[in-house]
Design a protein. Structure first.
Length: 172
């Protein structure tokens, strides 16, 4: 089943520091009122609704943020503090892994075999960042779930135990 999404944007050019432009005159679709936004544009989601009786059409109401948006600045600072790394792209990747795990955990029972792989991979990310204590903690979460979700002597047990020992040695 496909779903249509209509984005309704609230733009105030005098409040925005993010560049955007109307491209009506150069667009292939002359009947549409199109706006081109720069890559770093951030919108706040104000509301999400279905269109009355048609649950296959959704309206998402957005407001363009600006540099003085205190909630956005607080969020960006929190991400900087919580997710350390050598570059913005690296931090973005780490954030995406964390968010994906949260979504995955919410959709699955708390003891699901696939969670062991996720926690192991997060441990590998921490180990690559040389944050060995967090790596060990993630590996231990994987082992704890494995003990409840997988049969005894499953191959993953040895892999995770080796990862724990390796991170402990490197962390000393």
């Amino acid at each position: 089943m496909s779903v249509g999404i209509l984005f309704i944007t609230n733009l105030n050019p005098s409040m925005s520091s993010t560049p955007f432009a109307s491209i009506n005159d150069v667009s292939y679709f002359t009947m549409e009122k199109e706006i081109l936004f720069s890559m770093q544009t951030i919108f706040r989601i104000n509301d999400i609704k279905t269109s009355g009786t048609n649950h296959r059409l959704w309206y998402i109401h957005l407001t363009l943020t600006n540099d003085s948006d205190q909630q956005l600045n607080d969020l960006i600072e929190r991400i900087r503090v919580e997710i350390q790394g050598p570059s913005a792209l690296y931090r973005l990747g780490t954030l995406m892994v964390k968010l994906e795990l949260e979504i995955f955990v919410k959709k699955r029972p708390p003891i699901h075999p696939l969670l062991t792989t996720s926690y192991n991979n997060i441990g590998l990310v921490y180990a690559n960042m040389k944050n060995y204590s967090e790596a060990v903690a993630s590996y231990k979460r994987a082992v704890k779930i494995e003990q409840q979700a997988l049969p005894a002597r499953h191959a993953n047990f040895e892999v995770h135990k080796q990862n724990i020992e390796s991170s402990r040695k490197k962390g000393k």
